[in-house]
Design a protein around this ligand. Structure first.
Ligand SMILES: C/C=C/C(=O)SCCNC(=O)CCNC(=O)[C@H](O)C(C)(C)COP(=O)(O)OP(=O)(O)OC[C@H]1O[C@@H](n2cnc3c(N)ncnc32)[C@H](O)[C@@H]1OP(=O)(O)O
Length: 257
């Protein structure tokens, strides 16, 4: 079984995260995504990309079980840096990428979706950055991208509480473009992608090159500091407790840490 599938039809490339149940963003999936972007770059006929998840969820985030195979602060910092670089590539890609989200987009899953250009969600999907519940912090640029969509007040609340919001709330708050019923997600996403393909390739490419300039100049400084902090936090008691609690399927005890 491939951890990612890729198909092409009517100028639309569809990439499917195919590692159920969680579609956790393991190093294999991250490398696979990068390889597919390499392939798409060579195909000038593609005008829109749809990114979706197989099974119950879009993606439940970085692979928490893989975290336990790393040892040092520098390993975690470089994991964050690699993820940030890949998601920067997604955000700066010359072809629009639409994330089609059902079930859950949590942690790195939401960070990936936020790097995409458009998000279509189901009304009941759970979107959130639960890293503080694991005793860690977001590390794939979530601290920098979330405030751009929802504003700082709601970003503080979502990150500090680690509680997900629904797809409906996400659309109301500007984190998602549209919320649909479960049944309508695929058709709504396809229609949007198809409408984009009716525009000319050069005009699409110019827009994709120009909109990223609207981002604040502080963004890159923020992501570098985030990777550094992500590396440091893994040495803490809280990270040990939070990650072990996830693996043991129990509530973490972070109160006195
Ligand atoms: C820099 C980036 C950092 C990060 O992204 S850190 C990760 C942030 N994400 C999370 O903390 C989400 C963790 N997962 C969950 O909260 C829940 O899961 C869900 C809400 C997604 C689903 O809950 P339910 O329907 O009750 O299923 P289930 O039994 O918890 O999960 C099914 C299997 O999927 C594995 N799994 C879920 N998320 C991850 C993950 N992020 N990394 C690795 N495995 C994951 C579980 O352990 C379990 O596995 P088994 O069937 O072997 O018990």
């Amino acid at each position: 079984m491939n951890a990612l599938n890729y198909e092409m039809s009517n100028h639309v490339a569809t990439i499917t995260l195919n590692s159920p149940p969680a579609n956790a963003l393991s190093s294999t999936i991250m490398q696979g995504l990068s390889d597919i972007l390499d392939q798409i770059e060579k195909d000038p006929s593609i005008k829109a990309i749809v990114l979706k998840g197989e099974g119950k969820f879009f993606s439940a985030g970085a692979d928490i079980k893989e975290f336990t195979t790393l040892q040092q602060s520098s390993d975690y910092q470089s994991l964050a840096k690699k993820g940030q670089d890949l998601f920067n590539r997604v955000e700066n890609f010359h072809i629009p990428i639409i994330a089609s989200i059902h079930g859950a987009a949590l942690g790195g899953g939401l960070e990936l979706a936020m790097a995409c250009h458009i998000r279509i969600v189901t009304e009941t999907a759970k979107l959130g950055l639960p890293e503080l519940t694991l005793g860690i912090i977001p590390g794939f640029a979530g601290t920098q991208r979330l405030p751009q969509y929802v504003g700082t007040a709601k970003a503080y609340e979502m990150i500090l509480l680690g509680e997900p919001i629904t797809g409906k709330q996400a659309a109301d708050w500007g984190l998602a473009n549209t919320a649909t019923s479960e049944d309508e997600l695929a058709a709504t996403t396809q229609l949007l992608a198809q409408k984009i393909t009716e525009k000319s390739g050069p005009s699409i490419r110019h827009v994709m090159e120009l909109i990223p300039y609207a981002k604040s100049a502080q963004f890159q400084i923020g992501v570098e500091k985030e990777a550094e902090a992500f590396g440091k936090i893994f040495g803490s008691k809280g990270a040990k407790e939070g990650i072990q609690a996830f693996i043991d399927k129990r509530k973490p005890n972070l109160k006195d840490i």
